[in-house]
Design a protein around this ligand. Structure first.
Ligand code: NAP
Length: 295
């Protein structure tokens, strides 16, 4: 069994991104990323802090906008509009989840698709579905695909089962992996909470992706001998023995499954760091596109 070291792969990708940023800055261009956080969700605060820190480390101009939970729809739309118009900002990410009085889809729709580094605007979703290579693709699916590529795991002709059909992970990952060409050409099955015989379906996978949001949901009997398992899940599980009172668990019961697999991602240290690395990649890509550059 090979442990897919997402942290090390993400570091390598960040180094490549940093080199690109150095070249852009030599031409007087600094990629800019704005991350908007509404409210005080502890996980979101940690994600935003991490994104901001990595941006700064790589030389991206980072603007972190923190807003109270009570922020109105209109005020948030105004902030997005200002960021759309700001030439120093090439990428905009509004951290999900948003408070319940805000309609997330309306906010996503308001982001200029060229600056939509989260890849959630219908224009980018449509481009991805059409196989258009200029689509900005959501960072987590992009990170999962890149993990497979960097680990030498062939997707061509492979049966990939993805558990989870969210717009953020499952659906775009399915579209990515069935796209024609390198890192694609897979036969994709997407399962969800209404799927029958989930363990049976999962066992037919050469590559099994868990993006469910339920700690250790995927058990040993879901996994075929010699398959590859990508665990997207990040779940806080109560743990009185830990100083924080909780530990982070994936959607896969690692101990039961790992020994059966050819390769598996750990949690933490698998998909998580890749999501941030791909956000940096998307920001540089968006910047290059907006400046009419390809370097
Ligand atoms: P989500 O929007 O809640 O979607 C979860 C999906 O799992 C849904 O499609 C749901 O089915 C399905 N599901 C739920 N219970 C199920 C069950 N019992 N059997 C089969 N399918 C079931 O979550 P998400 O945003 O995609 O995130 C999924 C997980 O990935 C979460 O743990 C999240 O924290 C993590 N995540 C990690 C990263 C990272 O960087 N590593 C990034 C994003 C998300 P229905 O559609 O039928 O409800």
């Amino acid at each position: 069994m090979k442990l897919i070291d997402g942290k090390a792969i993400a570091e390598r990708i960040n180094e490549q991104t940093q080199e690109k940023i150095v070249r852009l800055r030599q031409r007087g261009i600094t990629p800019g990323l704005a991350v908007v956080l509404v409210g005080d969700n502890p996980a979101s605060i940690a994600y935003v802090r991490n994104k901001d820190k990595t941006s700064q480390k790589l030389g991206i101009f980072s603007r972190k906008i923190e807003l109270p939970t009570a922020t109105s729809h209109a005020d948030l739309l105004k902030i997005v509009g200002d960021l759309n118009a700001d030439p120093a900002i090439h990428g905009i990410l509004v951290q999900s989840p948003l408070p319940s009085h805000i309609t997330e889809a309306k906010i996503v729709m308001a982001i200029n698709p060229a600056k939509d580094v989260d890849g959630l605007h219908p224009m980018n979703v449509g481009k991805l579905a059409m196989g258009d290579p200029t689509a900005l693709v959501p960072c987590t699916p992009l990170g999962c695909q890149r993990l497979l590529l960097e680990s030498g795991i062939e997707t061509t002709g492979a049966h990939v089962v993805i558990i989870g059909r969210s717009m953020l992970v499952g659906k775009p990952l399915g579209l990515l992996l069935m796209r024609k060409g390198k890192g694609g050409d897979a036969t994709v099955t997407i399962a969800h909470s209404r799927s029958r015989n989930l363990a049976d379906i999962s066992r037919t996978a050469d590559i099994l992706v868990a993006a469910i949001g339920k700690a250790e949901f995927v058990r040993g009997d879901f996994v075929k001998e010699g398959s590859v398992v990508i665990d997207v899940g990040i779940n806080r599980v109560e743990d009185p023995t830990s100083a924080k009172g909780y530990r982070i668990a994936g959607d896969v019961a690692f101990e039961e499954t790992a020994a059966k697999t050819r390769a598996i991602t750990p949690v933490p240290g698998g998909v998580g760091p890749m999501t941030v690395a791909m956000l940096m990649v998307n920001t540089v890509t968006a910047c290059e596109n907006q400046m009419g550059l390809a370097i």
